[in-house]
Design a binder for this molecule. Structure first.
Ligand SMILES: [Zn+2]
Ligand SMILES: [Zn+2]
Length: 646
């Protein structure tokens, strides 16, 4: 008999060889129907695999990331099976699960394939799924594996087998399709109730542009049709909110091939918006005791050798800049931290000076492959809302609190209401993986957990996910259409203070190492603005939006009055413009709605005589007549309310 320990720490006894699915069935039939895979002693496996020794068991369902992954990877097999039946003789590359669904890279030989064929393939997949085909795992020798795919004439699989050790090769068979695969897979195809192929694209074999281009077909599956429908609706909505499209329409940013890929150019309206975000954060930081610093965009290569960033970014990023003088080499700044360490080291510090908080909107450059670039979310140059806090181990807790306060205010001011936190801690079983004093780690981790508890943060704790140099806390927001984005981060660092030999004199008159905390509430301005655009669909909060007001004179006769109104509003810090085209008012209103300007002020004879404006709100319609002062007060009250939430 073996002992199976479940996540609630209850222990059940079974004969050796019991499968995870059988354990699930023993708990409840309903649970068994939902089991997709299982985590056995930390390893994700097929739910059908026998367990031969005492084990900790976690049953994985659709709600678990690994459960989804097993289902989507199994869906890739199902798609391959359908395609092999419909297009005999095609050859298969790789077919992994991805964040949202799966793909398979396929050599379609002489067959022509396009999105028009999706319906046919989906139909076949649905038919096969209904057969409830099981995924059968089989260990094979390298020789058998080679024989199988030589028979099939599939040079791609043969190349993959070359890189595998004899003794570790497994095949999975479902229905008529056998794949080289290490799994894990779901028990059977019956779970794949809703199937949708999404996209076809070219993909070079092994990502090498000198090799053959295969056809990549993307798809996604769900256990229920309703979930698929919701997903497709979300995709539609996401398309409408694409920050690359809205960024162009709203004249926020652009890219130029002449300047270079992945290097955003901020247009006046975008720069203005970004400036407001920066000013807002600067104000909060000033109140929290930060000091602003400015550092150059490049640094001597030795600086990054000292920091260790050269090891990380050196060969894989932009190459060193050489000077006319022999032996002088500079590197584009991939991180601001080394520069801030040097600022700290510029003078001696006493414990009484700590914490010291240096903040900088620091622009950094990191190479990304051109295929990885995406609008403002993946770029080659970006500005971090960076700051580094140098403090004593005892100050970690209050500093975390203060950073969380700032992040909290920002998220509220920008209407991100669904925020999750991930706390990444060390693996208590492998203390040797981490640098720095163990007791300091324990203190820091305890402090972080306490802060999360005291703040009532919606936190997931991940042991073993900490960087080798310190534990951290990441902030994830769910946007208006349900997508999750990782934004801000707070990271403890025991490494850089060591590498830069940073010290302070303690109350004992001895030298001590400060702890360094890296933090960036937005992450980067580029990525944050992209997420914000998609979150609010370009309808920025009133305090942030480029133009708060547009004045629409009903004819040329009222142009002077429109200008007078604009002038008065500007005096009250309201941003606006006049639509002075000789278009009909209806047309002007429609265009202003398209530009997502929050307030439209219509002015004509009556307004001029009474010194008023007729107010329309974007997406809401007519709000009636206001005196200019009353209107200005309403706008400024609304702005105040959003940026001064406490
Ligand atoms: Zn597989
Ligand atoms: Zn840093």
């Amino acid at each position: 008999m073996i002992n199976i320990t479940l996540p609630d720490n209850s222990v059940r006894q079974y004969e050796a060889g019991v499968t995870s699915l059988e354990v699930a069935r023993d708990i409840s039939e309903g649970l068994a129907r939902n089991v997709l895979a299982a985590k056995v002693n930390g390893e994700v496996r097929d739910a059908l695999r026998p367990i031969s020794e005492d084990a900790e068991l976690q049953l994985l369902t659709w709600r678990d990331k690994e459960g989804k992954a097993a289902m989507w990877h199994s869906s890739a097999h199902l798609m391959a099976e359908a395609i092999e039946l419909l297009y005999p003789g095609v050859k298969f590359g790789i077919g992994p699960d991805i964040d949202n669904g799966f793909y398979y890279d396929i050599d379609f030989m002489d067959y022509d394939i396009s999105e028009k064929d999706f319906g046919k393939i989906e139909k076949k997949m649905t038919e096969l799924a209904r057969e409830k085909q099981s995924f059968d795992r089989k260990k094979v020798s390298k020789q058998e594996a080679i024989a199988h795919f030589t028979d099939k004439n599939d040079e791609y699989k043969l190349e993959l087998i070359e890189g595998l050790e004899d003794g570790e090769i497994t095949f999975y068979t479902s229905g008529s399709f056998t794949d080289l695969c290490r799994g894990p897979h779901i028990p059977d195809t019956g779970t794949l109730k809703a199937i949708k192929l999404l996209k076809v694209a070219g993909a070079y074999w092994r990502g090498d542009e000198n090799r053959k281009q295969l056809t990549r077909i993307y798809g996604i599956t769900f256990p229920k049709k309703k979930e698929l429908d919701e997903y497709l609706l979300m995709l539609e909505e996401a398309k409408k909110r694409d920050h690359r499209v809205l960024g162009k329409e709203l004249e926020l940013f652009t890219f130029s091939q002449a300047v270079g890929q992945g290097l955003p150019l901020w247009l006046p309206k975008g720069a203005d918006l970004r400036e407001r975000l920066e000013q807002y954060l600067k104000k909060l930081q000033k109140e929290a005791g930060y000091e602003q610093v400015i550092t150059p965009h490049i640094g001597n290569i030795n600086l990054y050798k000292t920091s260790g960033h050269y090891d990380k970014y050196g060969a894989e990023s932009f190459q060193a800049i050489k000077t006319p003088v022999e032996g002088e080499e500079f590197f584009l700044k991939p991180m601001n931290c080394p520069h801030h360490c040097e600022i700290y080291a510029a003078k001696p510090h006493s414990y009484k000076d700590l914490p010291i908080r240096y903040a900088e909107f620091g622009t950094v450059y990191r190479y990304e492959q051109s295929g990885e670039l995406h609008g403002l979310t993946r770029v080659r140059g970006f500005t971090q809302d960076d700051a580094h806090i140098f403090c004593t181990p005892e100050q970690i807790k209050p500093e975390f609190k203060s950073v969380i306060d700032i992040i909290d205010l920002i998220f509220k001011a920008l209407d991100f209401n669904d925020v999750k936190v991930q706390i990444s801690l060390s693996d208590p079983d492998k203390p040797e993986k981490y640098i720095g004093d163990r007791s300091n780690w324990e203190k820091a981790e305890k402090a972080i957990l306490e802060v999360a508890e005291e703040r009532g943060l919606n936190a997931v704790i991940k042991y073993g996910e900490a960087a080798f140099y310190g534990p951290k806390m990441d902030f994830m927001v769910r946007d208006a259409i349900g997508r999750e984005w990782q934004l801000g981060t707070i990271q403890v660092d025991y490494n850089l203070p060591d590498r830069f030999n940073l010290t302070y004199i303690g109350s004992d008159n001895e030298k001590h190492r400060p702890v360094m905390i890296h933090r960036a509430p937005f992450g980067s301005m580029e990525r944050f603005v992209a997420v914000l655009i998609e979150h609010c669909a370009g309808n920025f909060p009133l305090w942030l939006t480029p133009d708060q007001v547009i004045i629409l004179p009903i004819s040329e006769k009222y142009q002077d009055y429109a200008e007078k109104v604009l002038h008065l509003l500007k005096q009250q810090n309201i941003r606006g413009l006049i639509d002075d085209r000789s278009e009909k008012t209806g047309r002007k209103i429609r265009d202003a709605e398209m530009k997502k300007i929050p307030y439209m002020l219509i002015v004509g004879e009556r307004e001029e005589n009474e010194g008023t404006v007729s107010v329309r709100r974007h997406k809401q319609g007519d709000l009636g007549s206001y005196s200019i002062d009353d209107f200005a007060r309403m706008v400024n009250d609304e702005v105040e309310k959003m940026i001064n939430i406490k």
